[in-house]
Design a binder for this molecule. Structure first.
Ligand code: GDP
Ligand code: MG
Length: 166
């Protein structure tokens, strides 16, 4: 029973921070894996008793000639297609942006198994953003702080029944 979780969302919401927390030092040697480029980092994640593969969508921060939206779409679609479950991360401190709605649309159209997470929700600063995240229509947002390690057991509790089906 193993599954692949893709962490998706616009730049700067904390995807890589969460990836690093889940993977620790167990980063896969991506060079050996066909189909995985530097834009998609893959690692072996541990969360409670769960073991799974996690994908971080990176590389969107780099400037190229291609539009950011075009790259976001392509990269996200590739990650979604590789994954069994998507963890869609928004920034609870910043509130929702047009990019967040753009991602929500991609995920809905791909009819992926989506878990919504409002990150940076430590303390009170994320409370409004957490409530706002309901507007995405992707269910109840999980309250996370990747940086402070909050919400990890709640994430495990959400993944657990889904993992059973793989
Ligand atoms: P990514 O672009 O989505 O991969 O985001 P990063 O993981 O690179 O994080 C972007 C910024 O948000 C960094 O400065 C992180 O330190 C910060 N960050 C990540 N997670 C949290 C969190 O839980 N709380 C707060 N306050 N900041 C965070
Ligand atoms: Mg990143």
């Amino acid at each position: 029973m193993s599954f692949t979780l893709a962490i998706v969302g616009r730049p700067n919401v904390g995807k890589s921070t969460l990836f690093n927390r889940l993977v620790g030092k167990r980063l896969a040697l991506v060079d050996d894996q066909p189909g995985v480029t530097r834009d998609l980092r893959e690692g072996d994640a541990r969360l409670g008793h769960l073991r799974f593969t996690v994908i971080d969508t990176a590389g969107l921060e780099e400037a190229t000639d291609e539009s950011l939206q075009g790259r976001m779409r392509k990269l996200t679609e590739r990650a979604v297609d590789m994954a069994d479950i998507c963890l869609f991360v928004v920034d609870a401190r910043a509130g929702l942006t047009a990019s967040d709605h753009f991602f929500a649309d991609i995920l809905r159209k791909r009819s992926a198994h989506v878990i919504l997470a409002a990150n940076k929700a430590e303390g009170r600063a994320g409370e409004d953003g957490l409530i706002e995240a309901y507007e995405l229509g992707l269910g109840e947002p999980l309250r996370l702080s990747a940086e402070h390690g909050e919400g990890m057991s709640e994430l495990a509790a959400v993944l657990d029944p889904i993992a059973e089906s793989f």
